[in-house]
Design a protein around this ligand. Structure first.
Ligand SMILES: Nc1ncnc2c1ncn2[C@@H]1O[C@H](COP(=O)(O)OP(=O)(O)OP(=O)(O)O)[C@@H](O)[C@H]1O
Length: 258
């Protein structure tokens, strides 16, 4: 069974001018898949992530996450559902500046009043897996962007969520730190079989995924699967982006991936 199903999802923003940000969008994501969502600015990517993350509700259609339709849950049930099922990674890391890296990572468990031994066990596993030893006791302003994003990924994983939702996770990183973060997401995806849904503008970031879904004007446009080398997949992503319009693909076609 797919871990995420969208069935004819439509989102209309009401206001002075009503705007149909998503129109009858349907797709499924299998457990363990690493999928990128791409599309021109204004195509509905953030809207889509807000609906999947249960921050917002669809106007019509259905979203089913791990067999549950979260939009039918009560407020309390929804808060619990979000904590158990979803992990979030944002472009600007969203770390609390006064806490150390370690404190930031265990924060979701602290808020959940989990016993200390559970926190210690989970933290230990993540620190080893994600290589966080060298900066565990530093504060966010004392670490690099890549280290900050690795911290945010550890925080997203501490609840052992079923799906990780990442919104432009490399948007504020230089190319070395981006690669480090994407390698880490790939590793988590392969070793823990975590499902990852990542919104990105960056075709290099998308080339780390198994599948790229393209949307345009809130509608399904195309999708491609990786079945070959990352370089070839990258070129295929660029081909679809040039059909899609709205980006500067021309200057990227000669890039050799690290
Ligand atoms: N709260 C809102 N009220 C009204 N219109 C909105 C609202 N949020 C988004 N929109 C509109 O819906 C459309 C889709 O927006 P969305 O932010 O989902 O696009 P996006 O693909 O994430 O864009 P970008 O890549 O620039 O972040 C846009 O035309 C936007 O102006």
């Amino acid at each position: 069974m797919p871990i995420l199903q969208l069935k004819d999802v439509t989102k209309v923003y009401e206001g002075k001018v009503t705007h149909r940000a998503l129109n009858q969008l349907s797709f499924e994501v299998e457990k363990g898949q690493f999928i990128a969502v791409m599309g021109p600015s204004g195509s509905g990517k953030t809207t889509l992530l807000n609906l999947i993350s249960t921050i917002d509700q669809p106007t019509s259609g259905e979203i089913i996450l791990n067999g549950i339709t979260p939009h039918f849950l009560s407020k309390t049930e929804l808060a619990y559902f979000r904590r158990r099922q979803l992990g979030f990674v944002f472009q600007d890391f969203n770390l609390l500046p006064t806490l150390t890296v370690e404190e930031n990572i265990v924060l979701p468990l602290t808020l959940d009043q989990q016993p200390v031994h559970v926190m210690e066990e989970r933290l230990k596993g993540l620190v080893e897996k994600l290589g966080l030893h060298s900066f565990l006791y530093k504060r966010p302003n004392e670490i690099s962007g890549g280290q900050a994003q690795r911290t945010a990924i550890a925080r997203a994983l501490i609840h052992e969520p079923n799906i990780i939702l990442a919104d432009e996770p490399t948007g504020n990183l230089d190319s070395n730190n981006s690669k480090e973060v994407l390698d880490l997401l790939s590793k988590i995806n392969k070793e823990r079989h975590s499902t990852i849904v990542m919104v990105t503008h960056d075709p290099i970031a998308a080339s780390f995924c198994d599948r790229v879904l393209f949307i345009k004007d809130g509608e399904y446009f195309n999708e491609i699967y990786r079945d070959d080398r990352r370089q070839t997949f990258f070129q295929r992503i660029l081909n679809v982006l040039s059909l899609l319009g709205g980006g500067q693909v021309g200057d990227l076609t000669s890039i050799r991936l690290p």
